[in-house]
Design a protein around this ligand. Structure first.
Ligand code: GTP
Ligand code: MG
Length: 196
């Protein structure tokens, strides 16, 4: 895929506002601050498209981006953001789950894991969830520019595989929004998801 056009199509705050569209889509999920919006911007090479912040909890809605007038990439709010009130956390959880549960146009999910933090309890729950609902997914290890040595990548992949409990058939893509490492692999994976 070559990204020729990327535009914000819809911003959704409530499950009942999720749009019905005739196009297929892929989505980015993960903890608050893991780098979902940065990944989106890197993939489409538009660094002002999705808002990014060093403070967790930046993305507060489900954002649909229309790519090449052909498919959607969906940027979700992050989970596990402790500073929110219980009610607000519950509302977000509901929004993310409503989106993921019966979305027949959703062809694949990128589950983002921070390379420095590794899989958390909530990431494991998300992985189990994706398996349970039969949603195709792959894993992205984000912010790999922070690793001291490139050789740490093999160890990182093994650690993620073990902690998250995934087999060899699930791909793990090392990615950095800073160096753009992994961008092509992500684009290829998007293509594969959309072909299914
Ligand atoms: P929420 O919207 O709050 O769920 O966060 P998010 O997952 O969308 O993360 P976002 O893209 O806003 O990035 C969070 C912070 O991590 C920002 O300060 C980014 O600049 C930083 N960041 C994202 N990707 C990378 C990366 O590849 N390398 C480094 N070093 N920093 C990154
Ligand atoms: Mg975000």
């Amino acid at each position: 895929i070559t990204v020729k056009k990327a535009q914000l199509y819809k911003t959704v705050f409530k499950p009942e506002d999720l749009p019905d569209t005739p196009y297929n889509e892929v989505a980015f999920v993960g903890r608050s601050n893991v780098g979902k919006s940065s990944l989106l911007n890197t993939v489409v090479k538009n660094y002002r498209l999705a808002k990014v912040s060093s403070l967790p909890g930046k993305t507060r809605s489900v954002n649909f981006y229309f790519i090449n007038d052909k498919f959607f990439v969906v940027d979700l709010p992050g989970y596990g953001f402790a500073k929110l009130s219980k009610a607000e956390q519950q509302r977000w959880k509901k929004l993310i789950e409503s989106y993921l549960i019966d979305r027949d146009k959703l062809k694949g999910v990128f589950l983002l894991i921070d390379a420095k933090v590794g899989p958390t309890e909530k990431d494991i729950i998300m992985r189990e969830w994706l398996d349970y609902y039969g949603i195709p997914y792959c894993v992205v290890a984000t912010k790999v520019d922070k690793l001291r040595k490139q050789s740490e990548k093999a160890t990182l992949k093994k650690m993620i595989r073990r902690k998250l409990g995934i087999d060899e058939d699930i791909q793990i893509i090392p990615f950095s929004a800073k160096t753009r490492e992994g961008r092509i692999e992500i684009l290829k994976q998007i293509e594969q998801f959309l072909e299914q």
